[in-house]
Design a protein around this ligand. Structure first.
Ligand code: SF4
Length: 511
């Protein structure tokens, strides 16, 4: 028999304590872990202790660690001392990651919706029933609209398996909300300037930096583990920090200069800094001559963007703009204008981050110790899979000429293209959401809900109930990272970088 719950009830499950579980009766008990009253600390440590390598997936930083089990039951997870992502220390979230495994609210069985969307009415299903339901709907969509009308939204390693599924089916519409809503403008700004993105973790050699400029980057308030540790070390080593933030942030409290800028005026400050470096001839002339193109155009472009011009826009006094530009130049090339991470703010994001990338080029910090390192590359064999079919169209067709710089599919774009409008053919009929809570991730949640209501198939794959599972037709319970075999973690770090002299640079486009 179907169990009735409204949307808020469903969400309550994820935050429910033992008392609520008792009230919930049969429905709740089926979602509770068999060990809902079992805690890791209860394990008899006298049992057989084993240690297994892993990497933490509580966030995208993917710190390598060790999982300890006692008689096969996870006990604790700790950092791997050889991993530069964490230097042997997990952050509090990662240390608590074991809780994801034991969470009493975990999804344990596939669910199939039995009433219309918006009402939390599901029935438990077997994996075969759930897969048959999904496969049948996918085939219907393929027949009526084409395989490209199915999209995947993904976050986390496990999403790569669904990417393969979608591509093998004939759709390239794979979006990560973390691209359009977070790091996308940064990646494209650096690709435009250097021909390469910044990647993750960022290729900043903070540990050896002598001057660190944070403009909208509040290191220490986020949990980018290894980066925060390196930042702390840089401060202990006497690096001067320039923090641009309207708030007196944690980073601002550790800074030599705090510039409480008027919000949304960062580009004006960056242009004024470029102006000072050029006008006072403080830029790295050899580096610029050897490695860049467009310097004369840049010089011409910024000639009127003086500190006096920027003052009424930014509220930062001209002498402070000059002094901070000189501080950067004094420490160059070991000066980093940090590229930031959550950079989607005002709509001018790509150009704003690009101005910071250009400043880094003028200071000669790209490919330099204490600047941006160039990671070594190793070739790994590719997984042997049959060739994917070539899709006939993709998400861009819904927005001719609109997002020319986007290197990946935009989650918000797919959402918009799912809502039929008089001028746009609705192209999406099926969504898969892996590890991403779409109603809380994509801006304008009412639009996301409207888009979901227009779908023929909505599948959510997750560890715990959330808003997105509440709107799905089929919910598939996912394993935690502690229970899965994932791909190898491949990522850059400054222990595997090439020395500056051995680098054959592509010229940086600064004009
Ligand atoms: S930063 Fe923390 S949560 Fe993120 S991967 Fe590392 S230990 Fe896990």
């Amino acid at each position: 028999m179907a169990k009735k719950l409204n949307r808020r009830d469903f969400i309550k499950i994820s935050g429910a304590g033992a008392g609520t579980l008792a009230v919930g009766g049969k429905f709740y008990s089926s979602y509770a872990s068999d060990k809902s009253t079992f805690y890791p600390s209860d394990i008899n440590k006298e049992g057989k202790i084993e240690k297994t390598p892993t990497y933490c997936e509580i966030c995208f930083w993917k710190c390598a660690g060790w999982t300890y089990t006692v008689d096969g039951e996870p006990w604790k997870v700790v950092g791997n001392a050889n991993d530069p992502h964490c230097s042997g220390r997990f952050c509090p979230r990662g240390t608590g990651g074991i809780g994801a495994y034991y969470d009493s609210d975990r999804l344990k069985t596939p669910l199939i919706r039995t009433e219309k969307r918006g009402k939390q009415v599901f029935r438990e299903a077997t994996w075969e029933e759930a897969f048959d339901y999904i496969a049948e709907k996918m085939k219907e969509i393929e027949k009526e609209h084409g395989p490209e009308c199915i999209a995947l939204f993904t976050h986390g390693s496990g999403g790569s398996y669904f990417k393969n599924l979608l591509r093998a089916f004939g759709s390239n519409n794979v979006a990560a909300p973390s691209y359009a809503q977070c790091r996308g403008p940064r990646e494209e700004a650096y690709v435009i300037t250097y021909g390469e993105g910044i990647g993750s973790p960022e290729r900043t050699d903070l540990e050896n930096a002598k001057c660190i400029v944070l403009i909208g980057s509040h290191l220490g308030e986020n949990m980018h583990n290894g980066q925060v540790q390196e930042f702390t070390e840089a401060i202990a080593n006497g690096a001067s920090v320039i923090t641009v933030d309207p708030r007196f942030s944690t980073a601002a409290s550790k800074s030599k200069y705090w510039l409480p800028i008027k919000p949304a005026t960062d580009t004006a400050l960056l242009l004024a800094w470029i102006n000072v470096l050029i006008e006072e001839k403080l830029y790295d002339k050899d580096y610029v001559a050897k490695n860049t193109i467009g310097f004369e155009q840049l010089k011409q472009h910024v000639k009127d963007f003086t500190p006096e011009w920027a003052y009424p826009i930014t509220t930062i006094k001209p002498h402070i703009i000059r002094e901070t530009a000189r501080e950067m130049a004094k420490n160059a090339p070991s000066t980093i204008i940090h590229p930031g991470r959550h950079v989607t703010w005002y709509g001018d994001d790509t150009q704003r981050v690009r101005a910071g990338a250009i400043l880094n080029a003028l200071l000669g910090s790209w490919g330099r110790r204490g600047g941006f390192y160039i990671p070594e590359k190793a070739k790994l064999p590719k997984m042997k899979i049959p060739k994917y079919p070539t899709p006939k169209r993709d998400w861009r067709d819904a927005f001719p000429d609109k997002y020319p710089m986007a290197g990946l599919a935009l989650a918000s774009g797919i959402c918009d293209a799912t809502i039929p409008t008089p001028d746009k053919d609705c192209s999406f009929k099926g969504w898969f959401a892996y590890g991403t809570n779409l109603p809380l991730t994509i801006p304008q949640p009412q639009k996301t809900i409207e888009a979901i209501q227009n779908l023929d198939l909505m599948v959510a794959i997750d560890i715990l109930p959330a808003e997105v599972t509440g709107w799905a037709d089929v919910v598939l319970p996912e394993c935690t990272y502690l229970e899965r075999y994932d791909d190898l973690r491949v990522s850059p770090s400054n222990v595997t970088c090439r020395p500056y002299d051995s680098i054959d640079f592509k010229p940086s486009r600064i004009g």
